[in-house]
Design a protein around this ligand. Sequence first.
Ligand code: MG
Length: 205
Amino acid sequence: MTIKLPLDISQVKGFLADDEAQALYDAALEVSHFGPCLEIGSYCGKSTIYFGLACQQNNAVLYALDHHRGSEEHQKGEMFHDPDLFDGQAELMDSFREFRTNIRASDLEDTVIPLVSSSAIASKQWATPLAMVFIDGGHSLDAALCDYRSWACHVKPGGILAIHDIFPNAEDGGQAPYEIYKLALASGLFEKLSRVNSLGLLRRI
Ligand code: MG
């Protein structure tokens, strides 16, 4: 499905390839008519925009979960640190302001519900079944495992679990997302749908 983008997406900071964006959009368009969706790790909203536009088509909502304090690699002195996203007063990363600007510019305020929190706390009393969960949070093994254990269980039968940054070859990237992808498959609760670039899509049986 061709995506009508309401803004110049190349101006939105983030790490999502075009083919992955298309696959995320198509998957969300397929399943978001039967429940709310959730994304973990929104950063400045690049994937949220694609995901949210598909949800909007189906009059569904997308919970966009991020503490907006950056992952390990976004911290001061790390490889993906962006000084524009640093709150000098708090001495902390803050991508929430940029996120809100981009969601507003995309006319997605009627669809995207920001959850500014850690994944562990947001999931603590969560009880709503989800049509689709997209895990794109921290890439340490602890963070990825926490996201998987906290959220994969809420995907409805027939729904989709998507995981970003899957690199079967360790030379191409960190292994934590691939580890939880393998865990999901080994659980017997999910079947492989497709792999597009580093995006893995699984269907809840
Ligand atoms: Mg990612």
